[in-house]
Design a binder for this molecule. Structure first.
Ligand SMILES: [Zn+2]
Ligand SMILES: [Zn+2]
Length: 237
């Protein structure tokens, strides 16, 4: 009986121990279950994050592709610009050459025109001298012919003795005429001693100088304009 009691007690103690172990196992199982649930949730979260990241990666990849395309287009534009610059530089050098050539031609034309102008001036000067000489000769001829006709008249008068007083009168008139011819028609006082080379009218130096100084610079007889080199001194008698 004692043995049975002892066994029963052992069994009881073993049962209690086993029950305790069972509870412990249950606790451990419960802990494992809750850990599993937590890890599932964590896994789900990680999966969602991964999907999101993949989506972001895809978006970034699309953006990178778009940027690369833009870069390619910019490179093409750069090539185009470089070729345009090359063409522009060539055109510029051609234009510079053309400009230089035009400049050279213009300079040659200017030199030629200068030479022509110089020749033309020389010719005008020569013509003016010839004209002056011709005019002088013409005036000389007229004065000679006037002298001749006057002498002829005098000769006729001297042939007639009755005409002596009249002849004196005529001679006086002629002397007056000659004086008038030698006197400046402007002031009627001074002797003629300056000729205007443009119109060949003759005056005294003071009258011509007064005209020039008062900036009129025009012949008092015919209004022909003259400048500082447009009159010369002459010496009569
Ligand atoms: Zn005068
Ligand atoms: Zn004049």
């Amino acid at each position: 009986m004692n043995v049975t009691g002892q066994v029963f007690e052992d069994m009881q103690a073993q049962n209690i121990r086993l029950m305790q172990q069972l509870w412990e196992k249950d606790d451990a199982n419960f802990k494992l279950m809750s850990e599993r649930i937590q890890s599932d949730q964590f896994h789900k979260l990680l999966k969602e994050e991964k999907e999101e990241m993949a989506e972001q990666v895809l978006t970034l990849k699309t953006q990178v592709d778009a940027k690369l395309q833009v870069v390619r287009k910019l490179e093409e534009k750069e090539h185009l610009f470089q070729s345009n610059i090359g063409t522009g530089e060539k055109e510029l050098s051609l234009r510079i050459q053309a400009l230089e050539m035009n400049k050279r031609k213009t300079m040659e034309a200017t030199q030629f025109a200068d030479k022509k102008l110089h020749d033309f001036r020389d010719e005008i000067e020569e013509n003016s001298v010839t004209k002056e000489k011709d005019m002088f000769n013409f005036k000389l001829n007229i004065s000679r012919s006037l002298d001749i006709s006057r002498l002829q008249r005098n000769l006729e008068m001297t042939k007639k003795p009755d005409n002596v007083p009249k002849r004196d009168e005529i001679l006086m008139e002629e002397i007056e005429d000659c004086k008038a011819c030698l006197t400046c028609p402007c002031c009627n006082v001074c002797k003629k001693d300056v000729v205007l080379t443009e119109c060949f009218h003759v005056f005294c130096f003071d009258c011509v100088k007064t005209c020039y100084d008062t900036h009129q610079s025009k012949c008092p007889k015919c209004n022909a304009a003259f400048d500082a080199s447009g009159f010369h001194r002459i010496y009569i008698g």
